[in-house]
Design a protein around this ligand. Structure first.
Ligand code: GUN
Ligand code: ZN
Length: 498
């Protein structure tokens, strides 16, 4: 166990997402995050770990120490050779503890200390204690009771002599946000090193991405922004951008291999069946060399599909890092949300946590693109509204959307333009982020409603100012939000089209 503050450093931010560096002292490497940890089954290696590093750029992988511990064939070998030699992997190796098997089969034949010691002896770089993955939907009593056990195990893990080995502190609490938040706070207080959010696999299997977002958001509130967060068992690339925007840094993927076994082909928009594909909609080395028929009939089908799945998975991680650098991670999340309605649900849930995302979102990024009515809920819009509440204004102000007539402009001390979804644009700020936004000419009701909220903020903050608002096409739901003392000048669309 080491000091978490020196281990993880977040550099570039976008929403709650970040590009970070996780130092893994025992492996002598630093892993760039967001990172994907391919799950390696020590018994079946369709893609050898060395190829994961050399062909796909994997800096870290995850394997299961409980499987090794229970294997007659591998147990002594791994104790003698060590994990890195056994797997032949040059990067960092994280190990899981058997908790997942415990959740599946109800019991395991190792103790928390026993499996931690085994992980230390085989040379794991990041070990995991035996947490209890409490499934969603259980009673609050059960969730609390199991969380207490998990917390005791984490405290014991914190007292364990781990040497240079890092130790993870899984966050449980089922689907109770207050328990997840408390669990996050407790996990951070243990001083352990990496913080997986656990027991989300059942939610992901049912495509309940909105619930996954709520669980992660709650855990993050407890953990705080400085903690490196792993989303346990999240291997589908379609959800990575969403999870990163929420503040997850590490993912493990068994999906690339499991899906390949039964002919499933991953894309960033969902899963396809190789049997149904006439074309391969991907430009990875596999998909440019083969046509679907050739893969279907190949003896190497599973290996080829695994490779494609890995290319897509690692490719999405790079796409996400590029988006964080460009400041358009939320545009990427939005694009992914359009691939599947369950992802749209996840994005909408994410936006319900806009204030939480806003705390780490940079004040200035690339251009804000308004892409759908969801964009009106983005953290940048709420931040602008808070800022409007701090502006002081002269005696008379004309608020007028661009393109509306403002013939009497001279009668006012100031004229501010109004840009849905932000609302009033203080003079001089039109060219700054996020007000330099690209917005469609044909906007939607949500954008007008958000603009009206902006109007209300600046008006309420300036009771001494007389306000006039010139607006066109605003729906009643937006006009209802405009304070009554604002003089409204409604102009028809046709009046501006000459
Ligand atoms: N793998 C997937 N989910 C979990 C979890 O909740 N705990 C552990 N230890 N491993 C997991
Ligand atoms: Zn491909």
């Amino acid at each position: 166990m080491s000091d978490a503050r020196e281990l993880f450093e977040a550099r570039d931010w976008d929403a709650a997402g970040r590009i970070g560096r996780l130092r893994v002292p025992r492996a002598g490497v630093t892993v760039e995050t967001p990172a994907l940890l391919p799950v390696v089954n020590p018994h079946i290696q369709t893609i050898p770990p060395r190829a994961l590093a050399e062909e796909f750029g994997a800096e870290i992988l995850i394997t299961n120490s409980y499987v090794l511990h229970g294997s007659e064939e591998l147990r002594e070998t791994v104790l003698e050779q060590g994990l890195h030699d056994l797997l032949d992997f040059p990067g960092a190796i994280m190990t899981d503890s058997g908790s997942f098997q415990l959740a599946e089969y109800g019991e395991i034949d190792v103790t928390n200390e026993g499996i931690l010691e085994f992980q230390r002896r085989i040379g794991s770089d990041i070990a995991t204690p035996v947490d209890l993955p409490t499934p969603p939907g259980v009673s609050r009593e059960r969730a609390e009771e199991e969380l207490e056990t998990t917390q005791r195990r984490l405290e014991d893990a914190a007292a364990f002599e781990a040497g240079e080995m890092l130790v993870s502190a899984p966050v449980q609490g089922a689907t109770y946000p207050d328990l997840r938040e408390r669990a996050g706070g407790h996990a951070a207080d243990t001083g352990l090193d990496v913080f997986p959010v656990g027991a989300v696999v059942p939610l992901m299997n049912e495509y309940r991405f909105g619930d996954v977002v709520d669980v992660v958001a709650a855990a993050k509130r407890g953990l705080g922004p400085a903690a490196p967060v792993h989303l346990f068992g999240a291997g589908h690339p379609m959800m990575f951008a969403l999870a990163v925007a929420m503040g997850c840094d590490l993912f493990d993927s068994a999906a690339y291999a499991l899906y390949a076994r039964d002919g499933r082909y991953l894309t960033v928009r969902g899963t396809e069946h190789l049997a149904d594909l006439d074309y391969l909609p991907c430009s990875c080395p596999v998909c440019t060399e083969y046509v679907p028929e050739e893969i279907r009939e190949s003896d190497e089908r599973e290996r080829l599909l695994s490779k494609h799945n890995l290319h897509v998975t690692f490719g999405e991680i790079r796409t996400i890092k590029a988006a964080i650098r460009d400041g358009d991670l939320l545009e990427l999340v939005e694009a992914r949300a359009r691939g599947h309605s369950a992802m749209l649900d996840g994005y909408r849930a994410l936006l319900e946590h806009a204030e939480q995302l806003e705390r780490t979102d940079p004040g200035s990024k690339g251009t804000f693109f308004y892409l759908s009515s969801e964009s009106a809920q983005r953290p940048e819009v709420g931040r602008h509204h808070q800022r409007l509440a701090r502006f002081s204004t002269p005696e008379t102000v004309l608020l007028a959307e661009d393109g509306t007539p403002d013939g009497e402009r001279e009668a006012y001390d100031e004229r501010w333009s109004v840009l849905p979804p932000f609302g009033p644009v203080p003079p001089g700020l039109a060219e700054t982020y996020p007000l330099s936004a690209e917005v469609p000419d044909r906007t939607d009701d949500r954008a007008y409603e958000a603009a009206a909220t902006g109007v209300a903020r600046v008006v309420e903050a300036n009771p001494g100012t007389e306000w006039t608002l010139v607006c066109r096409d605003w729906p009643d739901a937006a006009l209802d939000r405009v304070p009554a003392r604002v003089e409204l000048v409604r102009v028809g669309s046709e009046s501006t089209s000459e």
